[in-house]
Design a protein around this ligand. Structure first.
Ligand code: ASP
Length: 461
């Protein structure tokens, strides 16, 4: 017999069906035992009576045991209808019961919001925490959002392309995660801080419209609500303009909210737009919260902040850094000016902001190699090193490169804001703790001496 899902039961009234799932709860009334059976689509009520012999086992059942039952789908008597359940008009009169797996008592409740439970405990047993309705729902909504983005971009002739995870350090401004190479003694891969250079190479390749649901890995010191790995919708286009990129982003998010979050109200369309200077002058922030009513959980105030400074002075390092990344195009083509007064140079750079959070950023890119060289010089690279360190980039751009630009909205932060979750861990299946540990897998962890030897690594005591 084919398995039927809880959500399908109303179609099977009067028929015998097979259901599989977890015991959500059990109520023992002596001669009659009720089980709420949970599967991925909901709950249903199973009735075991003493008339069903193989069901004698039902006395043993405990919460979270995994079972298979067969029985007849019956309409519930009038007074017994549960309007709160989709399956509340029916119940299953059990005819057979098979126990597929027993379960120990869970370390915490899964029928609550979960916020009352110590988070480390939840993360250690994340596979149980994800049984929680709120968490399962968050994962499904996440998938809907990603599906919508894919669909939207593919319809507009974007090509989805995967780029490598084992790659080379890219100057995105954070620390790299390094992976030792076994075959190249003393050499390392870096995990990508973003697919930035790859997507630009795809423009050189003539792809013109690229996107990827990309994992970005940055070994940042734990600060605030961040994760060492985050997911972004990475987009790049050739023969484009800042206006086109912002409009595309706006159209995508407007339609996405309408379709997936119909209860939400977008504070203003077209989205708020202001320059960095205006934002800092008026709100003292480059990610202002522009909601009319900050207490309204359904208001979404999207904004684009444009015209960022190209450089920022890093007091700690006593040198200039790129505000976004070095591949961003300065608004001037005057190389002398770029080198003379970095602080005055603006860039074709924009941030995407929602309710006071930065949810993405992007820029037009420099394709003029003299300007790119000047930018790297301001960043403290010696002229003779630049061509060497960024050889691949300089070479690629010498074979005919289209003007291009892109954006990369983050998916985790957007979801946590629209779902009114207090942090991004609530929308990520397997997040790490603030100090970057995965408590469920127990990593980071030590490796064997043999592995280290193969990698030519000695651990300094
Ligand atoms: N690579 C950039 C980032 O990850 C986004 C972009 O410039 O497209 O922030």
């Amino acid at each position: 017999m084919k398995r039927v899902l809880n959500k399908e039961l109303n179609k099977h009234i009067g028929k015998s069906v097979k259901l599989c799932g977890w015991v959500n709860s059990r109520r023992d009334h002596g001669k009659i035992i009720f089980i709420d059976l949970r599967d991925r689509t909901g709950l249903s009520q199973i009735v075991f009576t003493s008339k069903c012999e193989p069901c004698g086992l039902s006395e043993k059942l405990r919460p979270e045991w995994v079972i298979e039952i067969t029985g007849e789908v019956k309409k519930r008597p009038k007074g017994m209808i549960n309007p709160k359940l989709e399956t509340g008009k029916v119940e299953i009169k059990a005819e057979n019961l098979k126990i597929l797996s027993e379960a120990k008592t869970l370390p915490f409740a899964i029928d609550t919001s979960g916020f009352e439970i110590n988070e480390e405990k939840r993360l250690k047993h994340r596979y149980l925490d994800l049984r929680r309705g709120r968490m399962a729902n968050n994962l499904r909504i996440r998938q809907k959002v990603i599906h919508f983005m894919r669909d939207f971009l593919i319809k507009q002739e974007f090509t989805e392309i995967e780029t490598p995870i084992l790659t080379k350090s890219t100057p995105e401004g954070a620390r790299d995660f390094l992976v030792p190479s076994r075959t190249g003694s003393g050499q390392f891969f870096a995990l990508p801080q973003s697919p930035q250079q790859y997507k630009q190479f795809l423009m050189v390749a003539g792809i013109e419209k690229y996107f990827q649901i990309a994992r970005c890995l940055r070994d940042e010191d734990p600060r605030g609500d961040r994760q060492a790995e985050h997911t972004q919708l990475d987009v790049e286009m050739s023969f484009t303009s800042q206006e086109e990129i912002l409009n595309l982003t706006e159209e995508l998010y407007t339609n996405l909210v309408k379709k997936i979050f119909p209860d939400k109200k977008i504070a203003k369309t077209p989205f708020f737009r202001m320059t960095y200077k205006e934002a800092m002058g008026k709100y003292k922030s480059d990610k202002p919260d522009l909601r009319k009513n900050k207490k309204d959980p359904n208001e979404l105030a999207f904004a684009f902040i444009t015209d960022f400074p190209m450089f920022e002075y890093k007091k700690g390092d006593k040198k200039w850094g790129a505000m976004h990344h070095p591949f961003t195009m300065p608004q001037t083509r005057d190389i002398k000016e770029i080198k003379k007064s970095p602080k005055d140079i603006l860039a074709y750079q924009y941030d995407f902001v929602l309710n006071g959070y930065e949810i993405g950023g992007g820029s037009l890119r420099t394709i003029d190699l003299d300007i790119l060289t000047a930018v790297f010089e301001v960043l403290g690279h010696k002229k003779e090193d630049i061509k060497k360190n960024f050889k691949n980039y300089f070479e690629a751009f010498s074979y005919g490169v289209p003007p291009h630009g892109g954006i990369a909205p983050g998916i985790d932060r957007f979801l946590s804001v629209v779902l009114n979750e207090p942090n991004i861990r609530e929308v990520i299946a397997f997040p790490k703790t603030g100090d970057n540990r995965d408590l469920m897998m127990g990593v980071p962890s030590e490796v064997t001496q043999e592995q280290l030897k193969e990698l030519h690594i000695k651990i300094a005591k």
